[in-house]
Design a protein around this ligand. Structure first.
Ligand SMILES: [Zn+2]
Length: 221
């Protein structure tokens, strides 16, 4: 599956700038529908055949009930976005997202999954362009069953935290770094043996002043 189905909207459009006229809407949609003509037609066809989206369409045209509980269960997931739903060329959109018909879900998952960049990346990408109930769970399931993604995730696994060996004597091994607190530079030293922290204020953050403290780290000033 190639990654050609994208319904992206310019970022500068906010929820307050939804197209209010048909002309606005067509300009708006032109920028988002970059899918091939055939694919658009397929999505449109599936939207028109989709029993849930057709109900959503009817509520959008005729008005939503006052209470969510008055909706059929399968339409309730769209309750939250009901005020942002609009129809263009028999496609349904909410905010910047295409309402995906059931039959096209797998294809949209393949589209966001195409670059094999992990669950969070795919979910975020999908959330920007598409809307369907249960999206996160479904994408997760596909990726968790994808050998390429699994191999990639393993390769990116963080190393487990392993404790360092404890030195035999205090100040035998120290860790050090600089810190900048309230306009003052500090040399921070930690004794690996006792975990004791020593903080020296520095007049200058250079090798010479650091060295002075290093030669006798226990003499705090
Ligand atoms: Zn994958």
């Amino acid at each position: 599956m190639s990654g050609f189905v994208t319904f992206q909207v310019p970022r500068l459009l906010t929820t307050n700038s939804w197209p209010t006229t048909d002309k606005d809407a067509s300009r708006f949609i032109c920028t988002i529908v970059t899918a091939s003509k055939e694919k658009q037609e397929e999505i449109r066809e599936d939207t028109m055949q989709d029993p849930i989206l057709q109900q959503v369409k009817q509520y959008t045209l005729k008005g939503w009930p006052k209470y969510k509980k008055d909706l059929p269960t399968e339409v309730r997931p769209y309750w939250q976005v009901r005020h942002n739903i609009y129809i263009k060329d028999d496609l349904l959109f909410a905010d910047t997202r295409l309402l995906v018909p059931q039959k096209q879900i797998r294809c949209m998952i393949n589209t966001v999954h195409y670059s094999r960049q992990g669950i969070n990346f795919c979910v975020n990408k999908a959330k920007k362009a598409y809307l369907w109930p249960g999206m996160t769970k479904q994408i997760r399931e596909v990726i968790e069953n994808c050998n390429i993604c699994l191999r990639f995730m393993k390769a990116n696994n963080k190393q487990p935290i392993t404790p360092h060996p404890i030195p035999e004597l205090p100040w035998q091994k120290i860790g050090m770094d600089f810190a900048y607190i309230n306009k003052t530079d500090y040399l921070v030293m930690v004794d690996y043996y006792s975990k004791f922290v020593v903080l020296h204020s520095l007049h200058k953050k250079d090798a010479r002043s650091s060295k002075t403290h290093l030669s006798s780290p226990r003499n705090t000033r």
